[in-house]
Design a protein around this ligand. Structure first.
Ligand SMILES: *Cc1c(COP(=O)(O)O)cnc(C)c1O
Length: 364
């Protein structure tokens, strides 16, 4: 859905010659983004993974530290933690919302715990208030990954406004896209300054090529920011559209036996249906992989759920996973869960076709 001001802003970049990360759209996008999510600072970066890397580095997470985080998430969340010599402490998913089971966090807090990472998964936010209360009580930082949750709220507060530092992705399957891109937001002047420096090789204004710290080149270009600015203008429209698509799938598939659909709402939020996931009961006799194969044979694309962090070969080989990190709910979600088409460009007719095919394949 690039049919708003995207073309006009992008032409401005080309006609003015300002295409690099020095161009004016970076500042404009950062300012509008910070205002939209009620944050003091927004720092645009080259992707959502880079946003997480910089946030973890800025929080000073290092050797011996522990970070409590979900097992059911994307590898992006854990990479910089283990690269910095810290330990991920993995929490299982809630079987209904598929988010981190917040009630399991306190038992895993130790004197080495430095931060809690909340990752909002698929459509509903993490139950943030008890998590924030635990963080306050134990003096822990909160890193919020809102990559799938632009425009979602938790008890009326914007997702992305709830962590000491919060991150977004603008990959094409996210609610708003810049092709590749990400954003870090925070109210802390100190964290913002570090992230700006880490994004730009930790150049120092006073002695440019003398470095006290290793950073990265995580810069976004003004062309991407031009797209982002145009996309941001339409965020509410996109979220409303996602909710209508999700409601239609719920209506068309709600009575299907043996198939768990996404939870439509909790007492703190209504799903934005970033993706529309299905979890198959054991009694259907099909795994997610079987169902996805059958859908593919009917010309319908689908994607597997996340492979849990505690089972990741790379993390196991590194010795980063302990017995206490086993998460049976996350394992089952991977075995039995997948998601069906839900891109913004999908028409109502296409949704009806997908739903009819899913019904045919999955009827007991
Ligand atoms: C997409 C995503 C990321 C990574 O973002 P990229 O822009 O693809 O690097 C990180 N966390 C979550 C939860 C995501 O969905």
């Amino acid at each position: 859905m690039l049919d708003g001001n995207e073309k006009r802003y992008l032409l401005e970049c080309i006609e003015s010659g300002w295409i690099s990360s020095e161009g004016p759209f970076i500042k404009a996008f950062e300012e509008k983004f910070a205002a939209r999510f009620n944050r003091k600072h927004a720092i645009a970066v080259c992707n959502g993974t880079a946003a997480l890397d910089a946030a973890i580095e800025a929080l000073g997470i290092g050797p011996g530290d522990e970070v409590i985080m979900p097992s059911f998430t994307i590898i992006s969340c854990v990479m910089q933690i283990v690269r910095n010599g810290a330990k991920p402490v993995l929490i299982d998913a809630d079987p209904r919302t598929w988010n981190m089971d917040v009630s399991a966090i306190e038992a895993r807090i130790t004197p080495r715990t430095k931060a809690i990472m909340a990752v909002h998964i698929y459509g509903l936010p993490v139950d943030m208030d008890p998590l924030l209360e635990l963080a306050r009580k134990h003096g822990l930082k909160v890193l919020e990954d809102a990559a799938q949750m632009h425009g979602q709220t938790y008890k009326g507060r914007a997702c992305g406004s709830l962590g000491d530092i919060s991150t977004f992705s603008f990959y094409p399957n996210k609610h708003i896209t810049t092709g590749e891109g990400g954003m870090i937001v925070t109210d802390s002047d100190e964290l913002a300054e570090q992230c700006r420096s880490l994004r730009n090789l930790c150049f120092k204004p006073e002695s440019r090529f003398v470095h006290d710290r290793l950073g990265w080149n995580l810069r976004m270009t003004s062309m991407q920011a031009a797209l982002g600015l145009a996309q941001l203008e339409r965020l509410d429209e996109f979220v409303a559209r996602k909710r209508r698509m999700g409601a239609l799938y719920q209506q068309l598939l709600g009575d299907l036996e043996g198939v768990q659909l996404p939870q439509a709402s909790t007492d703190y939020a209504e799903s934005v249906y970033w993706v529309f996931g299905l979890v198959l009961d054991e009694r259907l006799g099909l795994t997610a992989a079987d169902a996805m194969k059958r859908l593919a044979a009917e010309g319908i694309g689908s994607r597997p759920f996340f492979y849990p962090m505690h089972q990741q070969p790379v993390l196991r080989q590194m010795g980063a996973i302990a017995d206490a990190d086993r998460c049976p709910v996350a394992e089952r979600l991977y075995e039995r869960g997948f998601y069906i088409p839900s891109g913004l460009a999908l028409t109502e007719d296409q949704i009806r076709t997908v739903a009819a095919t899913v019904r045919r394949i999955l009827t007991l």
